[in-house]
Write a protein that binds this ligand. Sequence first.
Ligand SMILES: [Fe+2]
Ligand SMILES: [Fe+2]
Length: 186
Amino acid sequence: MSVTTANKRRLPGDFAPSQAKAQAAALRVNHAGEYGAGRIYAGQLAVLKHHACAEELTHMAAQEQVHLAAFERILPAYGVRPTLLMPLWHVGGWLLGACTAAMGARAAMACTVAVESVITEHYNEQLTNGAVDVALHPEITKFRDEEMEHHAIGLAHDAALTPLYAPLTASIRSICRAAIALCARI
Ligand SMILES: [Fe+2]
Ligand SMILES: [Fe+2]
């Protein structure tokens, strides 16, 4: 079902306007999140391109590009506009990636653990709260599983051995949750 039908006479099974609004917010966040994730990995690769973990970072960055491409297609199909904050995520995402990578490969992986845990949480929420069209669930489930894989890659690369791991990841998680709240509205 497309959100654009919200402006027409609703049929059984169509979303009510409030549900359409919740779906638009979730999809806008998905798009912005995938864009931001790609920028984080780009920032990390700018610093760690010769490090042993570069191959893993490149693998995760490539998957984020596939996720982003899907939402580039889905947003217009559902009549949803992207967040107005894209320029902020363009710069902020890259800086978050580059700054954590400058602290070392483990800190970069700690950033991945924090970011991917919040993205996984966000996908799980929309897969269970009825906000998003069930037709999108298989694709979102696949992306959620790949975000969990990224989270596991971070942990496998000793993210938790980063000095100040707990406050670092808690701060990054807070930034991600604030970004989600902003993108849902703006
Ligand atoms: Fe992703
Ligand atoms: Fe990811």
